[in-house]
Design a protein around this ligand. Structure first.
Ligand code: SF4
Ligand code: SF4
Length: 153
């Protein structure tokens, strides 16, 4: 019994002098930015390649993806990801059918916000499509078609 008590005392004392395993962020400890291999962080969604197929939205096991209408004929909608709800499983990336993945998880985890209770409402907690949608091949094709139809009249 005494041995167990002594063991506990030694354990507590050793923890008291050991450096902390937790870090202040983002003010201190830049080393905390080192990520493990294959880290899955904030999504990148490419507006220039997404075909609006809904596969990522359907693959998401917890409804963290919403398809937002583009107002165009094609792609009809593009995904936005609620980073506060996401569990970073990567299934959306796996399901994306485009040659160069139109949605993928980057190594960026810097989504710190001060007001935790407000996080679902904060704009920066949504990963949105990035890039010039007018360069999207579907949009280019449809614009060309429209132009040809006009010229044909
Ligand atoms: S990483 Fe997983 S949980 Fe997050 S949006 Fe993609 S499929 Fe949904
Ligand atoms: S990101 Fe990929 S899976 Fe999601 S809608 Fe666009 S093309 Fe489809």
């Amino acid at each position: 019994m005494l041995g167990v008590i002594l063991e506990k005392i030694v354990l507590v004392a050793s923890r008291a002098v050991k450096p902390k395993d937790t870090h202040y962020y983002p003010e201190k400890n830049p080393d905390v930015r080192k990520k493990p291999e294959k880290f899955r962080g904030r999504h990148f969604i490419n507006a220039e390649t997404c075909i609006g197929c809904y596969a990522c939205e359907r693959a998401c096991p917890i409804g963290a993806i919403i398809m937002v209408p583009t107002g165009l004929k094609r792609p009809r909608a593009m995904p936005v990801v609620n980073l506060g709800r996401c569990c970073y499983c990567g299934l959306c990336e796996d399901s994306c059918p485009t040659k160069e993945k139109s949605i993928y998880l980057t190594e960026d985890y810097d989504i710190v916000v001060e007001e935790v209770e407000l996080t679902p409402l904060l704009d920066e907690l949504w990963a949105k499509p990035v890039g010039d949608i007018t360069k999207n091949p579907l949009v280019v094709k449809d614009l060309q078609k429209q132009k040809q139809q006009k010229e044909g009249k």
